[in-house]
Design a protein around this ligand. Sequence first.
Ligand SMILES: NC(=O)C1=CN([C@@H]2O[C@H](COP(=O)(O)OP(=O)(O)OC[C@H]3O[C@@H](n4cnc5c(N)ncnc54)[C@H](OP(=O)(O)O)[C@@H]3O)[C@@H](O)[C@H]2O)C=CC1
Ligand SMILES: O=C(O)C1=N[C@H](C(=O)O)C[C@H](O)C1
Length: 252
Amino acid sequence: MIKMIMHGCNGAMGQVITSMAAEEKNITIVAGIDPHDTKANPYPVFPSLKECEVAADVIVDFASVKAVDALLDYSMEKKIPVVVCTTGLSDDQIRKLEETSNHVAVLRSANMSLGVNLLMKLVKDAAQVLAVAGFDIEIVEKHHNKKIDAPSGTALALADSINEAMDQEYHYVYDRSQVRNARDKKEIGIQAVRGGTIVGEHDVIFAGKDEVVTFNHTAYSKAIFAQGAISAAKFLAGKKPGLYTMQDVIES
Ligand SMILES: NC(=O)C1=CN([C@@H]2O[C@H](COP(=O)(O)OP(=O)(O)OC[C@H]3O[C@@H](n4cnc5c(N)ncnc54)[C@H](OP(=O)(O)O)[C@@H]3O)[C@@H](O)[C@H]2O)C=CC1
Ligand SMILES: O=C(O)C1=N[C@H](C(=O)O)C[C@H](O)C1
C-alpha cells in the first residue's frame, strides 16, 4: 500500500482527493497538512510539515505558493518524492524545485488532466504549421472567483509548449491596456477571466487572415485533476531522483 501525505488537505482539491483516495485499493492518505483544522478527515492533520513525523512514500501538493519552499525542503530532507500541483511558482521556486529533483523524485505539472496534457502536444504541432504561416497566437483562460494566481499555470504551460516548438522566439503579453502599438508577430497574448464556479477553461487561438483555429479544453469537475494527481502519486512513489512530468505518467 502506497502511503501518501496530502499537502493542503482542507482545500478544494485536497478534499476531492481525500474522497477519491478512500475508494483506492493501493494508495492511502496517512496524513494531511493544512494550517486550519476545518474539515473532518479520516487521517491525522498537522498545521505544517514541520510537525509531521508520519512515514510516507509520496506527498501530493495542492496548497499555496507560500508553502512551496518548505515543501521542497521537507521532501529533500525526508527523501519523500513530491507531486507539486500548486501553480503560480516564482522563477526562484522553479529553480529550487529543479535543484531538489537532483536529490529526490519531483513531478511538477500545472494541470493534471489527461486532456490538457494532450493539448500541450497538439498546440506544438499546430504552431509549427500555423505560426510559421503567420497566424497570431492568443490564449484565454477562465477560472472560478476563488483563484489567486493569474494567468493560470496551464495557460503559461501552453504558451511555453508553443514557444519551445518555435525556438523560444515568442514573448508573452498579459495586459494591453497601456500598449499603444498593434500586436507584434512574436507575441503570445494571455488573458485571464475570473468568475463564479468555472472549474477551468483554456482556449488557444491561432488567428490568421480570414481563418481562425481554436483549441479548447473545458474542465467540468475537479475530479479530473484529482484522478491525475493520484495516478502521478502512484507513479512517483519509489522512483529515483529526477524531474518527472505528467507525460511520463501517461506514457507509463
Ligand atoms: N495542477 C493542477 O492540475 C491543479 C492545480 N491547482 C492549484 O492548486 C492550488 C490549490 O488549489 P485549491 O485546492 O483550489 O485551493 P484552496 O485555496 O481551496 O486550497 C488550498 C489549501 O491549502 C492550504 N494551505 C495554505 N497554506 C498552507 C501551508 N503552508 N501548508 C499546507 N496547506 C496550506 C489552504 O489553507 P487556508 O485556506 O487556510 O489558507 C487551503 O486549505 C492552487 O495553486 C491551484 O492553482 C488547482 C487545481 C488543479
Ligand atoms: O486553480 C484552479 O482551480 C486551477 N488551477 C490550475 C492552473 O492554474 O492552471 C489548473 C486548473 O485549470 C484549475
